[in-house]
Design a protein around this ligand. Sequence first.
Ligand code: KG4
Ligand code: ZN
Length: 356
Amino acid sequence: MYILGIESSCDDTSVALLKCSPKGHIVLAEKTASQIDIHVKYGGVVPEIAGRLHAEKIVPLIEAVLKKQPKPEAIAVTSGPGLVTGLLVGVTAAQTLSFATNIPLISVNHLEGHIHSVELAPDGALGQSINQFPALCLVVSGGHTELILMKKHGDYQILGSTKDDAAGECFDKVAKLLHLPYPGGPQISKLAETGITSAIPFPRPMLDQNNFDFSFAGLKTSALYWLRNNKLSAERFNSITLPAGIYGQPQESPTINDFAASIEQAIIDVLVIKTLRAIDKYQPKTVILAGGVAANKKLRETLKKEIKLVAPPLAYCMDNGAMIAVAGYYYALKKKFTPWSELVVDPNWKIGAKKS
Ligand code: KG4
Ligand code: ZN
């Protein structure tokens, strides 16, 4: 079945055409326009600018992806959660296309898309289906940190989520304190490679609580206070060009690398420990790690040491239209379509719940 996937919930406009089947899926064409170069100037995603850039790119991307390809049999589009300015662009484009061509529409939850990114394989190869249930999914991105129990395709229960900042947001905000460019996750994890994880004893928030919720805002504040207490304003160092001792002497400890390694370890410890507790309680047959932070090598390796982990190829960790097409495929199989006139965006759509 040929499925067109459209994603525009944050700062990537992404469109993909997939050939999906029970044996796996092949990406026939995909195009993504990243807005990072623009948002980097502001240190984060600016919703108004994001909406305008999505609007500029969406039609040319759809046109490029569909060129010389078979006609899609369904259009899957992210309709929440995310930035309303971006969601509206993708959804309106999908509605228009559906109206003009009579191709049926599928409304996809962004997190459901991330979960299905594990079914993708790079370079035109066949991806492997999620077929052992229940599956426990840790979805970690710039906007989300959720532990989700997937009972089957289309059936989800949120076990826990962040009460404030997402894990990726914590990486990004700490990176901002260091004047590192957005998105900060990859920057912090690169610096952390040569740092000492125990150099600074950052807290492990909410580990003392017997639930599957997270909180990362306090961790960011601890990082800020630590820098302040050690008389380090962000202006004083630019870590990329100055991998010197934080106190100013070249190799004096803790270095910027130690700082990055310590904060990364704190985030990873919380994610891993809560995931292992959920595994203990729910005994899942599959454990999935997905979302932008799934690109973090240390997080993947730490989980892999403990359990058999299913994670997306690095190329599909970040937002992409292909994962939306895969999630949509399972609805198309059951003919669960939404008429174009009834498709609405819901910026706060919780996976597993009805849209508001
Ligand atoms: O899924 P995504 O592309 O967008 C959202 O839905 O939010 O995730 C982007 C997030 C950013 O916060 C970014 O810093 C984080 O993923 N990220 C990482 C890494 N690569 C991307 N965080 C930690 N380590 C990485 N290697
Ligand atoms: Zn995402």
